[in-house]
Structure formats: C-alpha cells, structure tokens
Design a protein around this ligand. Sequence first.
Ligand SMILES: *[C@@H]1O[C@H](CO)[C@@H](O)[C@H](O)[C@H]1NC(C)=O
Ligand SMILES: *[C@@H]1O[C@H](CO)[C@@H](O)[C@H](O)[C@H]1NC(C)=O
Ligand SMILES: *[C@@H]1O[C@H](CO)[C@@H](O)[C@H](O)[C@H]1NC(C)=O
Ligand SMILES: *[C@@H]1O[C@H](CO)[C@@H](O)[C@H](O)[C@H]1NC(C)=O
Ligand SMILES: *[C@@H]1O[C@H](CO)[C@@H](O)[C@H](O)[C@H]1NC(C)=O
Ligand SMILES: *[C@@H]1O[C@H](CO)[C@@H](O)[C@H](O)[C@H]1NC(C)=O
Ligand SMILES: [Ca+2]
Length: 520
Amino acid sequence: MSLQVALLLLLRCLASTLAQYELCKSLVSTDEGSVWEHYACQPKPTSMKDYMRIKVDPPGITCGNPPERFCTLENPYLCSDECDASNPDLAHPPQLMQDRERNGLITYWQTVTWRRHPEPLLANITLSWNKSLELTDDLHITFEYGRPTIMVLDKSMDHGRSWQPYQYYADDCLDAFNMQPKRVRDLSPTNITRVICTEQYSRWVGSKNEKNVKFEVRARFAVFAGPRLQQMDNLYTRMESMKGLRDFFTFTNLRLRLLRPALGGTYVQRDNLLKYFYAISNIDVPARCKCNLHASQCLLMDGNLQCQCEHNTTGQDCQRCKKGFKAKSWKAGSYLPTPNGTPNTYCECYGHSNRCSYIDYLNIVTCVSCKHNTRGQNCQHCRLGYYRNASAELDDESVCIECNCNQMGSVHDRCNGTGFCQCKEGATGAKCDDCVAGYYWKQGCYPNVCDEEMLLCQNGGTCFQNQKCICPPEFKGVLCQQSRCEAGKDCNSASSLHLSTALLLLCTLLTHLLATLSPH
Ligand SMILES: *[C@@H]1O[C@H](CO)[C@@H](O)[C@H](O)[C@H]1NC(C)=O
Ligand SMILES: *[C@@H]1O[C@H](CO)[C@@H](O)[C@H](O)[C@H]1NC(C)=O
Ligand SMILES: *[C@@H]1O[C@H](CO)[C@@H](O)[C@H](O)[C@H]1NC(C)=O
Ligand SMILES: *[C@@H]1O[C@H](CO)[C@@H](O)[C@H](O)[C@H]1NC(C)=O
Ligand SMILES: *[C@@H]1O[C@H](CO)[C@@H](O)[C@H](O)[C@H]1NC(C)=O
Ligand SMILES: *[C@@H]1O[C@H](CO)[C@@H](O)[C@H](O)[C@H]1NC(C)=O
Ligand SMILES: [Ca+2]
C-alpha cells in the first residue's frame, strides 16, 4: 500500500469517527429520485466556559474590598502581594476564572484570607448556562496557590432547583466525608455512575507542581470505549441501554463548594492566616449542548444557548414536537443503530405499540405488534386493506381507515393513499361498486349486451337492463337480428312450428324412457 493511499484511508477513517452524528439529514438518491434521509445528530463539543455565568457566595468573599495583603504557602514571610478591588491591576474578580489569558499572564479570582479562623473559610462558585449540556471531556479547575483540601463538586439538571453531589474531593476522604477514597479507575461498567470521593487532587504536592482538579470524563468513557476511546460505538450503545448513563454527564449548572483551603502542611498555622485563601485561574468545561439528538448546531441567541432543532422538533433542547407534530409522540433520538442512529422523528411507535425490539443482524430497532391497523418499523404505515386518515395525526387511533373495496368490482381489497380501490375492467368508483358507461352491474361489471345507442335491439326487440334483448317470437339472436324462418322452410305459422318442435322433443324423450325400462 502506498503512503498516499494509507494517508487517504487514515484521513477517511478519522473523518468518519469525528463526523459521527454530525449530520441531521442528507439528500440521497433512490429509485424515486432524491429524498432526505434523517439521522440522529448532535452538536460538536465546545469550550462552555465562554458561555457560563459565574456567581460566587457568600457576598464579600472576593478579596480586595477593603484591600488586603496576602502571603504564599511556599514563602509565608513574603507578604508583599496585595488584593485591591478598586485597582484593575490588583483586583481579582470572578470573571478571571473564565477569561482567555494572553502573554502567559495568569489571571485569577481570589478570596479573602482565612483571618476568621477557626471559623471555616467557605465559598461557593455557581456556574450556570441556562441550557442542558453534556460533558464530553474532563472538567478542569486550575487553582493558584494550592488546591483546596476539602471541596465538593455539585451539579443540577434543572436550572438550580435541585442539586446533587457529583464528586467529593479531600486529602482525607474518611475524615472529611466518611467515605472510602476511590479513583475512577476503580470503577467498573456496573458502577460507573457512582459518586465517589477522591484524594487524588487534594494532597499537598507544592502549589506550583499541581494546580489542577479534575472531574474525569475521559476515564469514565474509556471504561466502555477503550483506553484511547477508539470504540465509541460501544459507549454510544451503552448510552442507550444503561439507565442513568446519559444523565450522569448531563447538567445545567455546576457548583464548587470550597470547604477548606490548601494548608501547605498538616496543620493550620494560626500565626499566619494570610497565606490561606482560594484562587482559581481557570475553569474548563468541555461539553456539548444537549439537543436530544435532534440538532447538529447550537447557537447563542439572545444571550442563551439554543439548539437549532431539526426533525420537526423545537424547544431549547429540542425536547418537544413542533406545533402540528403532536407533543405526545416526541422522543429523543437514539445513538442506535450505529453509525447513524435513529432520529425518532415519528416517535418509536406512535403509540400503536408498546414494544420495540432490536434486531441484531439487521441492526435496526422495530416496533412489535402494531395496533390500530398500522404496520411498519415505527407503526407509521397502514396495514394492507387500510389507508391513511388525512385528518388524523399519526398517533391517532383512527389513523387508518378500512378500504372497503367492493369484492366483486375490485381486483383485491387494497386501496391507494386516498382510499381508491383498484377496479376490475368495467368497474369504477372509489370502492369499485359502480360500472363505467357501456357496462352493467350484476355481481361485477359486464359489457352491455344491448343499449339505447350502439347496441340497439332490432326487429322490435326491447333491451332488458342492458343484459339481453327480449325478441319478438319471429326473431332470435343477441340483438334479435336473426329471423327464425330460414330459407326454404314453412314459416306461415310460427305457433305450429313451435308446437311440432315441442312434440318432437317429447317423443324423443319417451322413446329413451321406454328403452331404459324395457326388459332384456
Ligand atoms: C453553598 O451552597 C450550599 C448549598 O446550597 C449552602 O448550604 C451553603 O450555605 C453555601 N455556602 C455559602 C458559603 O454560601
Ligand atoms: C433561559 O433560556 C430560556 C430559553 O432560551 C429563556 O426564555 C429564559 O429567559 C432564559 N433565562 C435567563 C435567566 O436568561
Ligand atoms: C465498582 O465495582 C467494582 C467491581 O464490580 C468494585 O471492585 C469496585 O469497588 C466498585 N466501586 C465502587 C466505587 O463501588
Ligand atoms: C418535517 O415536516 C415536514 C413537513 O412539514 C416534512 O417535509 C419533513 O420531512 C419533516 N421532517 C422529518 C425529519 O420528518
Ligand atoms: C379520521 O380522523 C378524524 C380525527 O381523529 C376522526 O374524527 C374521523 O372519524 C376519522 N375518520 C374515519 C373514517 O375514521
Ligand atoms: C388514488 O387513486 C385516485 C384515482 O385513481 C387518484 O385520483 C388519487 O390521486 C390516488 N391517490 C394517491 C395518493 O395515489
Ligand atoms: Ca484566568
């Protein structure tokens, strides 16, 4: 294989993994021309720190009002630094946690010092987006002057109405939270969503060496997708099947509860409390908008992130059906079947079946036993012999109407999309219970034998219901066109002829009868 080909393959491979679930639809050509094919789709991950709103509590926790000196843990006797909120060069406001630092100049939010020891030094940082997001990589919080020795990361999925702990951090988990210390690598697929306490990011190793506190997302993904995340399909499959997994990475708000600052040792030195405080220079939140697999774009509109919903969905998270696409049939898209997923535009089964089954070898999800005369993978079609009720939504129980084709007049009991049956020759009408001109109805349509225009009964005959001519005695034939008197016969008396014919017939019968009765 040439280098060029190898490179091309590699590029294509990269493109296909990166492009997974990026398209909501694409135009494909079929026998019936170009049609849109719809896929599950989601926006690209992005740096959500650019969109977060920060609130710090309690009020007055930010340093500099009044101005205050502070020392460092490395050199507690060098206390030349000053925080002054009124001086832009010496101020440390909360927005310095989310700015883009230039020229290697580190900027950070900083709290007041622990002057009030032994009263605990507590601070809450609440991050809000007013939008459901999904973590796609590790959350990073960068602490200057040492990482807290006790801290809790909380999350909310309902815009701050309710909160739950996401991860506990302490230099001694048992002591701080009465929890056994764990690492994410101790987790197995069955308990990956367990909330743990970790000591990994709270131990003192010198404030310059380790500044980062992480919430590990990658390592959790890796439990399913492999160490280098090369089997993302496995992860997406789990996202569908494992209860709570997708939700575990979902949030609208995050909150850091800082409970005890870095100590730089085991004990608090009461004679130098100016070296204890919190300082955060950066918070990285790699995540994507949660759009329920119905959007590939998420844009800032009127100051809020908003999914650009496809698949006839709407709402901030594409969590509803558009007007006219009934709300009760809304459903999130699905990562399955890989690689393109299912948009679930028509909700799984439109309420015509409660059961779906995953057909392994076809890699599709399909509804089982569709009711209300529906059929199809999503119960989205009408059974044969039924047609779509144009005034009913797809999830209506009366969505399919019986064709009611006339059994005699139609070819079969199926009809087209507007209820028209397929008629046998001569039959017409939506249900094929009528005949076209030139045909008459008698358990089906038959061509007229006679009529008043083209197929006139002749010689005084009358047409009976287009079925036959009733001829005068002297004539016969379909249209009474034939005289009963053939050339050279006695035609004077039609009645005598009739009589003699009848007699002849009778005689013949009698002869036969006698022959069978006579003994041998
Ligand atoms: C931080 O938030 C928690 C939970 O709402 C609250 O109990 C606590 O008082 C807050 N702490 C501060 C310092 O505001
Ligand atoms: C949150 O977003 C919704 C939908 O975009 C908007 O209606 C609402 O006003 C926003 N709330 C705030 C506080 O920005
Ligand atoms: C998760 O499960 C594994 C194996 O089932 C177990 O060894 C580990 O201790 C569990 N972790 C937690 C945090 O419960
Ligand atoms: C959304 O509705 C329009 C008709 O209003 C239809 O043409 C389109 O195919 C629908 N999209 C999907 C994904 O079903
Ligand atoms: C078609 O659906 C409408 C709306 O549900 C219903 O009122 C009507 O009876 C249905 N028509 C038939 C023939 O079932
Ligand atoms: C059904 O057949 C009728 C009569 O041929 C036709 O007028 C109508 O357009 C057809 N409807 C559909 C949906 O094909
Ligand atoms: Ca900064």
